[in-house]
Design a binder for this molecule. Structure first.
Ligand SMILES: [Co+2]
Length: 117
C-alpha cells in the first residue's frame, strides 16, 4: 500500500480503472460509486469534473494526481490538515477523517466550518 499526501498544491485521487482494486483491509467494503464504470473511466479523463460532482471544486493552481490501483498496489490518500485544527490532538484529528477523504473525493473539514465567522 502506498500513501499519497494531499497538500495545498497537490490533490490525489484514487481509482482502479481495470476493476475495483481497493484498500479494503483498511477501509472495508468499497462504496458503490467506486466500482461504477463512470467513476473508473472518468476519473482518469476528467478528474476535476468528477471531483466537482462530489462537491469538491479545486483551483487551477492545484495539481490533481490520479492513482490507478492494481492487484499489487493499493493507494490511500493522507488528507490535508484543515486550517483551524492546530490545537487538535491526534485522536480529534482522526475523528475528522472520512473514507471519502482517504480516496481523494473529499477534503477533511471541521464540522463547524462555515457556521462561525
Ligand atoms: Co481493480
Amino acid at each position: 500500500m502506498l500513501v499519497v499526501e494531499n497538500t495545498a498544491q497537490v490533490h490525489n485521487l484514487v481509482v482502479c480503472t481495470l476493476c475495483s482494486c481497493y484498500p479494503w483491509s483498511t477501509l472495508g467494503l468499497p462504496p458503490v460509486w467506486y466500482k461504477s464504470t463512470a467513476y473508473r473511466a472518468r476519473s482518469v479523463i476528467d478528474p476535476r469534473g468528477v471531483l466537482r460532482e462530489f462537491g469538491l471544486e479545486l483551483g487551477n493552481e492545484v495539481e490533481v494526481r490520479v492513482w490507478d490501483s492494481t492487484a499489487d498496489l493499493r493507494y490511500l490518500v493522507l488528507p490535508e490538515r484543515p486550517t483551524g485544527t492546530e490545537h487538535m490532538s491526534e485522536a480529534e484529528l482522526t475523528a475528522l477523517v472520512t473514507r471519502d477523504a482517504m480516496l481523494g473525493v473529499a477534503k477533511v473539514s471541521l464540522p463547524s466550518e462555515g457556521i462561525h465567522s
